[in-house]
Design a protein around this ligand. Structure first.
Ligand code: 6R9
Length: 634
């Protein structure tokens, strides 16, 4: 691999970790030397927790695309950068080399310039998972425009609010796209959004489908027509390490979405460093992260991290259930995927289906498996390990956030001893701590500890602000525990110093004076063999203050019954205690989830409390499920 910062053994990890805590600035300074800089930085770090002001590699000048593209051309220009797998398996796979990607990126960068985009301007990208999404994103970075990608499953109002929040000038989209068998007319959704977006001057449309596309004169232009007007010679804009690279809005489980701002230098350094060390790829390996690029995982671990390491990264347009539940495994066999990185929600949904879908395919190319997005439960971990990894592939359970930019806690594949459901140890340079209610670092009892997860020292890829609202950035992340970054997650640490992320600490319900985390109750419910998934929320109760309401999805073919309800309740009683027994159980066919698989508990809380104003549901994968659940309320 092109960078020289690979850790090869557990003892080396421990040594590096120690070094990184003793002198973080020196540690990151050395890592950053692996990259192409037009001018070296003056100072690795300057920071002020109180003002939430963090500057990494100040004075350094670079362009991230020179690092993810240009520097590979000489030796690896013909190496595959991206492999694209279409939604419809009958369509052809596309292979794009580093040289081809470089050329397309430069060409589209010229298109953006031709359309008036300059360094610092914001460009909104609303595209399906096709190579042109990667091209548009990197083209922005090439000329110093700030990309703001909106997941192509979001509604017109979600696009409009994001465009308006950061005043984007150009919108890049596609006409029609298929997800499974369902056609989605992205352009029509954009037209609806653009009714309320005065800052947009141009809308560039990639023709993904041959269907006729309605175009607004003067505003809408076809991608191909624009590409024909320019060549592929586009020198990289020289950026300051601290110039913004992109804005990404967090999933919005609570309140108005926050536009997290990431900057060029630190983000580049740490996404590459973490990718290289966690996944431990070799030159000819094939890496596939199933996330969408509309999510931070896609930004950092489909595009920037892997390409900065010269890896081959798979992009998949479709869904795991089309044409059937074997699709992921069919692709693994076909492309000989070695590294497979997905989310627990996908694992659980596939584990519900017949094993025939798995056993039909040859998965022997796999070397490393990864999980991200939410705590992975024991059952899903073992299914992934036994049936997909055949007991031979380390599972990297990677904990991080949109705000952290890169993975902060994770095993290094084949190096860190694993413990199922534990994200294990911090990466070098990361100093996690557990805090108590009083804002003090938790003292370990018998070397074990539990508390709220915070980070004690800055790291290069942390978000620098919330776009247009630094005050909210300070309040959300730096005021709960002054002098620390607060993650919003709860965690447990074992005697080996392994971390297990237990879930959001905001999902706590106080029942009769007892603080109950909803996550352990859900785990207990899920223990019942008839249960596929569950979500527990609190609702007001006259006597107890709050009572517990459980929404439960049953395994395929199982019917809900009063007997089953009683069994589930008794199971919780047995595993946690009678206090945690749900007062009500509703059997449902689905849960309101965001794209990254997070349950929007805010909505479930309202349903359970008989409230009807659900606020913004536009970021849900399937907004219709809300009314279905509401109708079946018990
Ligand atoms: C990357 C991403 C962040 C929240 C985070 C936590 C949960 C992510 C996890 C995990 C347990 C893991 N989370 N990875 N919890 N184990 N391996 O998901 O970013 O969408 O911003 O969500 O996701 O609760 O705080 P984002």
């Amino acid at each position: 691999m092109i960078n020289d910062f690979r850790i090869h053994s557990f003892s080396e990890y421990k040594k590096e970790y120690k070094k990184s805590v003793k002198d973080p600035e020196k540690f990151w300074d050395k890592i950053a030397e692996n990259f192409v800089w037009q001018q070296k930085w003056e100072k690795p770090l300057e920071y002020d927790f109180e003002k939430a002001d963090f500057k990494w590699f100040q004075g350094g000048k670079l362009n991230i695309t020179e690092n993810v593209l240009d520097r590979h051309l000489e030796k690896n220009g013909n190496k595959t950068a991206l492999i694209w797998e279409p939604n419809n398996p009958l369509e052809e796979t596309r292979i794009i080399t580093y040289r081809q990607l470089h050329s397309k990126v430069c060409q589209f960068a010229n298109v953006l310039k031709n359309n008036g985009i300059e360094k610092g301007d914001r460009v909104c990208i609303y595209m399906p998972m096709i190579p042109e999404l990667a091209i548009a994103l990197l083209a922005c970075a090439r000329i110093g425009a700030v990309h703001s990608i909106v997941f192509a499953g979001f509604s017109s109002s979600a696009i409009a609010s994001r465009i308006n929040d950061s005043q984007c000038k150009v919108l890049v989209t596609a006409n029609e796209v298929y997800r499974g068998t369902k056609p989605i007319n992205l352009k029509a959704i954009c037209d609806e959004a653009l009714k309320d977006c005065p800052s947009i001057q141009t809308c560039i449309v990639y023709r993904r489908a041959i269907e006729p596309t309605s175009m607004v004169g003067g505003r809408d232009k076809f991608w191909m027509d624009e590409m024909h007007k320019v060549d592929d010679n586009c020198p990289a804009e020289i950026m300051d390490a601290e110039d913004p690279l992109f804005i990404l809005y967090t999933s919005g489980s609570t309140g108005k979405p926050k536009g997290m701002v990431h900057t060029c230098g630190g983000y580049m350094v740490e996404t590459a460093y973490s990718f290289d060390n966690i996944f431990q790829m070799e030159h000819n390996d094939i890496y596939w992260c199933t996330a969408d690029i509309g999510w931070i995982t896609g930004h950092s671990y489909i595009i920037y991290g892997p390409l900065a390491c010269g890896a081959t990264s798979v992009m998949f347009e479709g869904i795991p259930s089309f044409p059937d539940f074997g699709r992921f495994w069919e692709i693994v066999e076909k492309l000989k995927v070695t590294h497979f990185y997905t989310a627990p929600t996908a694992i659980r949904s596939l584990a519900r289906e017949s094993l025939d879908y798995v056993e039909k395919y040859d998965l022997s190319s796999l070397k490393v498996l990864g999980s991200v997005g939410e705590p992975i439960n024991e059952e899903a971990w073992h299914w992934f390990n036994d049936y997909i990894g055949k007991g031979n592939c380390p599972i990297v359970d990677t904990w991080w956030q949109t705000e952290t930019g890169s993975i902060l806690i994770s095993p290094l594949a084949g190096i860190t001893p694993l413990r199922p459901t534990f994200a294990t140890l911090p990466l070098p340079g990361i100093q996690p701590v557990l805090m108590d209610e009083q804002g003090k670092e938790v003292e370990a009892v018998n070397e074990k500890a539990e508390g709220r997860l915070a980070i004690k020292f800055p790291w290069p890829s942390m978000a620098r602000t919330i776009y247009g609202d630094h005050k909210r950035y300070i309040e959300t992340y730096f005021s709960t525990f002054p002098g620390y970054y607060f993650t919003g997650d709860g965690a447990y640490r074992d005697v080996m110093e392994n971390y297990r992320i237990t879930g959001r600490v905001d999902d706590v319900v106080i029942v009769s004076g007892h603080n109950l985390g909803t996550a352990p109750i859900e785990n207990a419910i899920n223990e019942h063999e008839a249960v596929a998934e569950s979500a527990v929320v609190g609702y007001p109760h006259d006597i107890k203050g709050n009572a517990l309401y459980a929404f439960v999805i049953l395994q395929d073919g199982v019917q809900g019954s009063p007997e089953l309800e009683a069994e589930i309740k008794n199971g919780v009683s047995k595993l946690i205690g009678a206090i945690a027994k749900p007062d009500k159980i509703q059997f449902v066919s689905g849960l309101p989830k965001t794209r990254s698989g997070k349950i929007m508990r805010r909505i479930l809380r309202k349903i359970a409390s008989d409230e009807t104003d659900f606020g913004d549901t536009s970021t849900l994968l399937d907004p219709d499920i809300v009314t279905v659940i509401q109708k079946g309320k018990v």
